[in-house]
Design a protein around this ligand. Sequence first.
Ligand code: PMP
Ligand code: GLN
Length: 388
Amino acid sequence: FDEGSGAVLPTIYERTTGAAIAAGAMNLGQGFPDAEGPQWLRQAAADAVADEATGPNQQYPPGIGLPVFREAVAEHQRRHYGLQLDPASQVLFTTGATEGIAAIILAFAEADSEVLTFEPWYDSYGAIVALAGAQLTSLPLSAPDFRPDVDALIGQISEKTSMILLNTPHNPTGTVFTPAEMQKVIDAARAHGVVVMCDEVYEHLLFDGAEHTPILTLPGADEVAVAVSSVGKSFSLTGWKVGWVTGSPELVNRVRGVKQFLTFSSAPAYQWATAQGLVDDRGFFAEHRAQLTSTRDLLIEGLQSVGLTTSNPQAGYFVLADISPISDLPADEFCRRLNNEVGVAAIPVSSLTKQNEASAELDRLVRFAFCKHRSTVETALERLQADL
Ligand code: PMP
Ligand code: GLN
């Protein structure tokens, strides 16, 4: 909300893209790729719509998702992580990870309870916790390495705590949580009867040999944790909004109870096509990681060349830059000027926090996306070099 007028504002991502279009700026703001996902996968979706003999029919799919989709998620989890999931009871289709996150939080965060997380965070966490009538408490991930202080998080658990929200690999810091960090959270959650959501949408976007630990691979996790992921980041198909929630039959069933009254079901053709990709990515994941590593390195070098201090993310779509060496402006004002006067759109990290309580350190940070064509990043850097 806009506090002054009470009007509902679009999300920070949409506002940034809108301002970028209006100013003709290079959009390193909203995290969506410039390049479309693999042609063969898009063709599979087209066939699933057009060819009755091949794909699913175009009517409501089952609320929990097409069987072929749920089997493909289970197969993907088995092949990549050695996880054994029953596709009938442990995999739930959701309309993007966003619906999964909403259904999970609404299922487990009781009104007036407290939900713990790290900040900065993905914006829907705060919004849905508020919709649930719960209170979000967040602990900052601090520069330069943005490691989570898991002991501090656990120290915050009280009688009122209903949930912990984790995100690994993390948006926007690129932090990949270690198994030991995650195990501590699981153990504490079990001891206190707290449910853990783990958002794993960046699971395939890893660099420099970093390894993702799916929460459900850790001992005891199935008692307390549900994971959520989606096709958007893994296959550069963010508009498809095909997501999935996994966990024990009991916890997944609770999430299903909410999800069935959010959208009930959606996107049979995209579910069907996503199933093809999850079973065999045809080398896309490796190719994509290599491309992202190269645009990440280009962006880091360019941002440093104009005097910014940057993060060195192990995963994801984003580099964080500290503007202190070149500007005293608050990051949101810096981003406004960057967009309008330099022609580069980026996102102030303060907009991914509890706003008023953003720590001074986070307010010095700006998020730049590198999931873009090399030429987009090059033009953005030329503009920064010329006009910053
Ligand atoms: N979680 C995180 C951490 C994200 O960055 C995003 C944005 N893609 C989402 C969830 C939402 O995923 P989806 O587009 O599948 O709804
Ligand atoms: N996940 C994307 C980001 O972090 C944006 C998603 C959205 O626009 N809702 O930029």
